[in-house]
Design a protein around this ligand. Structure first.
Ligand code: ADP
Length: 384
């Protein structure tokens, strides 16, 4: 395997926290890395061998960066996918493949992909513009409530809105979109699947995501999910079907809804390391980051089982605080057994900005969940 202790290089597009955590494995294995990010202060900068500041959406910038590496991956989805297609044609190994990314970058195309591949998902209708959607509502073809989703550039719920009235409808952004059935959600689940170029596939255990009611951001991730064996089995079958349909290489995080009626529907996927898999650094035999690197290099995939239960708490900026960050009470949470903080290294905090995460491990999931709540109440991401 030519990558170990050699000049062959892994390129990573995006230098955020996900990139930084991928670099733990490349350090451990003495693999060369090159990272590109628009920000000179990107978190991954401190742990890569070469850093390039550049625009990830600019075709030529991405092509020029990719030409210099032997295998190229991403840690964010907003990348110029045409540049990735060009690089593939030039013989660079690009994982996830450009075609996979193209489908995922557009929420409407993603939904059509599920429909075409008979993957269970909430019902939806597509519209070319806000006007078209309003017209359909006006003619009674769609009724309130429904979920509006913008075709593109959505992340952490910013391109998603529950529409309950004409007033809500007025507030949505212009542009192509979908109206999706408002799902009666029992639990939000997630399964990370990893696939190697040979087609070897491994699933992580199903996790459960608890959401912050206002910010619409994940507050706790519990591994394993508190669900029956039957539900876990069904969720895994669906995640594997999605993985098979995409034929991706590397990680694919599959977000699922368990409905009040006991159905499991795919919400969306991300072809990269994912927040819902951070627990794996401490709780699994193989972390999601190591697994992704294994897949990129066509190495055998590692054991995805949990060694212990894990609960991850997102560390987000406190409301009312903008500016240089201070982690208040971090010494108190470090006194609790099984508490593992990860600080991403962003200099400035903003309300609800993801600044880090903390994984609590314990033999008992219920104990880890209780400690997670204490941790959440104790630590504060503020400005001094
Ligand atoms: P993003 O890509 O911005 O994360 P998602 O599509 O994952 O957007 O939606 C964010 C959250 O909004 C979901 O985790 C879920 O809580 C809620 N949501 C999304 N779609 C629906 C739906 N059809 N019905 C009910 N809630 C939904």
């Amino acid at each position: 395997m030519g990558f170990f202790s050699s000049k062959q290089t892994i390129g990573i597009l995006g230098g955020g926290q996900l990139g930084k955590m991928l670099l733990n494995t490349t350090y451990q294995w003495d693999l060369q890395t090159k990272v590109m990010d628009p920000s000179a202060e990107a978190p991954a900068r401190i742990a890569c061998n070469h850093f390039v500041q550049g625009d990830l959406m600019d075709y030529q910038t991405v092509v020029d960066f990719g030409k210099e590496v032997d295998v190229l991956t991403i840690e964010i989805e907003n990348i110029n996918a045409d540049a990735l297609a060009t690089l593939e044609q030039q013989g660079v190994k690009v994982y996830p493949q450009a075609a996979v990314l193209k489908v995922i970058q557009n929420k409407c195309h993603q939904k059509q992909f599920y429909q075409k591949n008979k993957i269970p998902t909430a019902s939806f209708q597509l519209f070319n513009s806000k006007e078209e959607l309003k017209d359909a509502v006006g003619r009674g073809l769609i009724s309130f409530p429904f979920v509006w989703k913008s075709e593109s550039m959505g992340y952490d719920g910013y391109g998603v809105q529950i529409v309950r009235s004409n007033q809500n409808l007025e507030q949505i952004k212009e542009g192509a979109c979908m109206a999706e059935e408002l799902v009666a959600i029992e639990k939000e689940l997630g399964i990370i699947v990893c696939r190697s170029p040979k087609g070897e596939t491994r699933c992580y255990p199903c996790v459960e995501m608890e959401f912050h009611p206002e910010a619409n951001q994940v507050e706790y991730v519990l591994s394993p999910a508190r669900i029956s064996k039957d539900v876990a089995k069904k969720a895994e079958e669906i995640a594997l079907a999605v993985s098979k349909a995409f034929q991706h290489v590397g990680l694919l995080a599959v977000e699922l809804f368990l409905t009040k009626d006991g159905e499991i529907w795919v919400n969306e996927v991300a072809p990269r390391p994912h927040n819902s898999g951070h627990y794996s650094i401490e709780a699994s035999y193989t972390s999601q980051f190591e697994q992704h690197i294994r897949a990129l290099l066509d190495l055998p995939l590692g054991n995805t089982a949990n060694k212990v239960s894990g609960v991850t708490v997102n560390l987000v900026g406190k409301e009312g605080h903008n500016g240089p960050v201070h982690y208040k009470n971090i010494e108190h949470i470090l006194a609790i057994e099984g508490v593992n903080p990860h600080i991403y290294g962003k200099k400035e905090t903003r309300p609800f900005r993801k600044m880090g995460h903390i994984t609590i491990v314990n033999k008992e999931l219920s104990v880890a969940r209780k400690i997670a709540e204490d941790v959440k109440e104790t630590i504060e991401v503020i400005t001094k």
